[in-house]
Design a protein around this ligand. Structure first.
Ligand code: AP5
Length: 222
């Protein structure tokens, strides 16, 4: 019997983590857990957690570790045993990465932790993010130029409205990229040293990235 997989998508804002996660869900049946999406649902529903996180998200800052870790831990504990899952946007700090290791050991010591690092030149991130369109109902992702919906303003998957995320305004995007470089980039070395990091060239078009991911995952004989 193959072991349960926790696939961590690591990369800067706009690297295509959400886009590739959607493809992996559709083609490989992964369960997708996006920390950003969990926060946005809480914001919309005006929960206590949403109120605490909102100010950080709007400014493009990271939500404090203790809030984020407990939110993701609760979600992981709900996953059925044996279900392969993607973590998109978590962990984003060394504290979170070390906490995740402990959470997984406690959830099931046999879970395989594998990291896909989506590498993109920084010059491309700004255009990707400021042109992004996000679906109101489920967070499906499109791009005005690179991945336009079939009908303008309407999600191809569920027909809901497409909108521009508040934190996709130019100034906030720049801050998110700076925060990534300072707080999240150190995770690349951390996971590389643990020998569980697969690097992907995410500067290609969506299909090119998806096929490189597929081949890298296959070489790991999944
Ligand atoms: P989150 O929602 O996780 O945002 P992010 O990491 O900044 O990632 P994005 O969703 O912006 O980008 P992505 O890599 O998923 O790219 P996408 O596929 O959409 O987090 C939001 C906020 O929540 C954070 O700023 C923070 O405040 C908080 N937060 C979340 N997690 C946290 C944590 N762990 N700790 C603390 N705080 C946390 O693609 C982007 C665009 O490019 C789309 O338009 C897409 O169509 C297009 N595109 C994708 N791939 C390609 C391609 N190959 N070629 C051309 N265009 C492409």
């Amino acid at each position: 019997m193959s072991r349960q997989i926790c696939l961590i998508l690591l990369g800067p804002p706009g690297a295509g983590k959400g886009t590739q996660a959607e493809i992996l869900v559709e083609e490989k049946g992964f369960l997708h857990i996006s920390s950003g999406e969990l926060f946005r649902r809480n914001l919309e529903n005006e929960t206590e957690l949403g109120k605490k996180a909102g100010q950080y998200i709007d400014a493009g800052e990271l939500v404090p570790d203790e809030i984020t870790i407990s939110m993701v831990e609760n979600r992981i504990r709900e996953i059925d045993s044996g279900t392969d899952f993607i973590l998109d946007g978590f962990p984003r700090t060394l504290v979170q990465a070390k906490a995740l290791k402990e959470i997984l050991a406690d959830y099931d010591p046999d879970v395989d932790e594998v990291v896909l690092y989506l590498h993109v030149p920084y010059s491309e991130l700004i255009e990707r993010l400021t042109g992004r369109l996000t679906c109101r109902a489920h967070g499906h992702v499109f791009h005005k130029k690179y991945n336009p919906p079939q009908e303008q303003g309407v999600c191809d998957y569920d027909g809901s409205e497409l909108y521009q995320r508040e934190d996709d305004q130019l100034e906030t995007v720049k801050n998110r990229v700076d925060v990534y470089m300072e707080k999240t980039e150190p995770l690349i070395a951390y996971y590389r040293e643990r020998g569980i990091l697969l690097q992907v060239d995410a500067g290609q078009d969506v299909e090119g990235v998806a096929s490189e991911i597929e081949s890298k995952l296959e070489k790991k004989q999944w």
